[in-house]
Design a protein around this ligand. Structure first.
Ligand SMILES: *Cc1c(COP(=O)(O)O)cnc(C)c1O
Length: 396
C-alpha cells in the first residue's frame, strides 16, 4: 500500500478522481493554466506536433480548439483561432500581418473601436491607413498603394447596416488580402470565405455566444494566415479564457435558431417603425428603402440579421426620452446580439469618438438609434416600442 499523505499534500494535490475518464454528455471545461507532462519526450512530441496535446493555456487549450474548430467549419475555413475579445482578434490579425511602413485600406464606417485601433497604429506604430467607402469598389481600389498589405471591411456595417459586395471588392483589390468582420452577419447569413476573403473574424461576445455573458473573439481563414494569428495571439497574450470558450460553445448550439428568429423579428419591427409617425427614417437592408436592398437580397438570401437603426423625428431630445421610457423593457445597453432586444445610441456610445461633423456627414445623426432585435416576442417588442415612441412625439 502507498504511504498515506500528509494533510498538506492531500489538499494541495486534491480534486482528482480515477473516474474522470468517463465520457460526459457535455464537453468538459479545461479550466487549467497548464497541462502536466509525462516527461521530456512528451514535451518534445507535443511541441513538434508529433503528438496531439497541450502545454500551457496561453498557447492552447482543448476548449479553445473546440470552439475555434466549430467556427472554422461554420465559416468553411481551413482553421480557426480564439482570442480574448473581438478587439484582441483584430489586434492579432493586424499585428501578425503588418509591419511599420505598411498600408491598410479600411472601410469608412467600421465598428468604432476598430477605427480607433487603426488610428492608434497610425499615430504610434508607423502603419498607414486610408479609409474609403466600402460600397464603392472603385474608391477602395483607388485607395490601394504599393505598400497596401490588407483590406478591412465589415460584411454588414455598424450602425448604418451597409452590405458589402465582397466578391466584387475582392476582385477590385487584386493581390491585397481582404479581411472581414462578420460579427453582424454570422456564418448563418454570410460566409466571407466563399466570396474570396483571406480571413474572417468575429466578436464572439455577440451572436456566436449570444447570451450576453462572454467576452471572446475568433478568427478563421486560410491555415497559414490563422497560424500567424495564433502565434502572435499567444506571444502578445491575446489568448482566450477556457471558460469563455466553454460558454460560447454552449451558446453556439442555438446560433441558427437565434439568427433566424432575430432576422424575421427585425424585418417585422423595421416595417412597423417605417409606418410610425415618430420615426423619420429606418435603416434595414431587408427594406426596399435601404440603398443596399438589391445587393442584400442577393448576398443575404436567408435574412439580414437582427440589427436595425432608426431615426427619431425629435432628434436627441426624443432619444433621451425614449431610452428612459424603454429602460424596463428594451434596455439601453451598449452591446448587441443578446437573446433579448436592446437599444443603443451610436452618437453617444460606439461612435462618440468621431468629430460630430464627420459623424453627421457619414449619416450617423444625433437622433439615430440602433436596435439589436432578440428572440423575445415580436408582438411585445412592437407594443413596447409603440408606447415609448408615442411619448417622444411631444419631446422638446
Ligand atoms: C463588439 C464588436 C467588436 C469588438 O468585439 P469585443 O468582443 O467587444 O472586443 C468588433 N466588431 C464588431 C462589429 C462588434 O460589434
Amino acid at each position: 500500500m502507498d504511504e498515506p499523505l500528509q494533510d498538506e499534500s492531500l489538499c494541495a494535490r486534491g480534486g482528482w478522481f480515477e473516474d474522470f475518464t468517463t465520457r460526459p454528455s457535455n464537453p468538459p471545461l479545461y479550466q487549467t493554466t497548464a497541462f502536466d507532462l509525462h516527461g521530456v519526450e512528451q514535451l518534445d512530441a507535443v511541441v513538434s506536433g508529433v503528438e496531439r496535446g497541450y502545454i500551457y493555456t496561453r498557447d492552447g487549450n482543448p476548449n479553445h480548439t473546440a470552439f475555434a474548430a466549430d467556427i472554422a467549419k461554420l465559416e468553411h475555413a481551413d482553421a480557426g483561432a480564439v482570442c480574448a475579445s473581438g478587439m484582441a482578434a483584430i489586434s492579432a490579425i493586424l499585428l501578425s500581418h503588418l509591419k511599420s511602413g505598411d498600408h491598410v485600406v479600411a472601410a469608412r464606417v467600421l465598428y468604432g473601436r476598430t477605427s480607433q485601433q487603426l488610428e492608434e497604429l497610425t499615430k504610434r506604430f508607423g502603419i498607414e491607413v486610408t479609409f474609403a467607402d466600402s460600397r464603392s469598389c472603385l474608391a477602395m481600389r483607388d485607395a490601394r498603394r504599393e505598400n497596401t498589405k490588407l483590406c478591412l471591411v465589415e460584411s454588414i456595417s455598424n450602425p448604418l447596416l451597409e452590405v458589402v459586395d465582397l466578391q466584387a471588392l475582392v476582385n477590385a483589390m487584386g493581390e491585397v488580402p481582404v479581411v472581414v468582420d462578420n460579427t453582424f452577419a454570422t456564418p448563418c447569413l454570410f460566409r466571407p470565405m466563399e466570396h474570396g476573403a483571406k480571413l474572417v473574424f468575429h466578436s464572439a461576445s455577440k451572436y456566436l455566444n449570444g447570451h450576453g455573458d462572454v467576452m471572446l473573439g475568433v478568427v478563421a481563414g486560410e491555415r497559414a494566415a490563422v497560424t500567424r494569428v495564433r502565434r502572435i495571439a499567444s506571444l502578445f497574450g491575446l489568448n482566450a479564457n477556457p471558460f469563455e470558450c466553454w460558454l460560447a460553445s454552449r451558446g453556439l448550439r442555438t446560433l441558427p435558431l437565434r439568427v433566424e428568429r432575430a432576422s424575421s423579428n427585425a424585418l417585422q419591427i423595421a416595417g412597423f417603425l417605417e409606418r410610425h409617425l415618430a420615426v423619420s427614417r429606418v435603416i434595414y437592408p431587408g427594406l426596399a428603402s435601404h440603398p443596399d436592398f438589391d445587393l442584400a437580397s442577393h448576398v443575404l438570401p436567408h435574412g439580414c440579421g437582427g440589427m436595425l437603426s432608426f431615426e427619431l423625428q425629435t432628434a436627441e431630445a426624443g432619444v433621451r426620452l425614449l431610452l428612459r421610457e424603454l429602460a424596463d423593457t428594451i434596455p439601453f445597453s451598449p452591446t448587441l446580439a443578446d437573446v433579448r432586444t436592446t437599444v443603443s445610441w451610436p452618437a453617444g456610445t460606439s461612435h462618440k469618438f468621431m468629430a460630430p461633423d464627420d459623424r453627421r456627414a457619414w449619416g450617423i445623426s444625433d437622433g439615430l438609434l440602433r436596435l439589436s432585435v432578440g428572440i423575445d416576442s415580436v408582438q411585445d417588442v412592437i407594443s413596447e416600442l409603440d408606447r415609448a415612441l408615442n411619448q417622444t412625439l411631444t419631446a422638446k
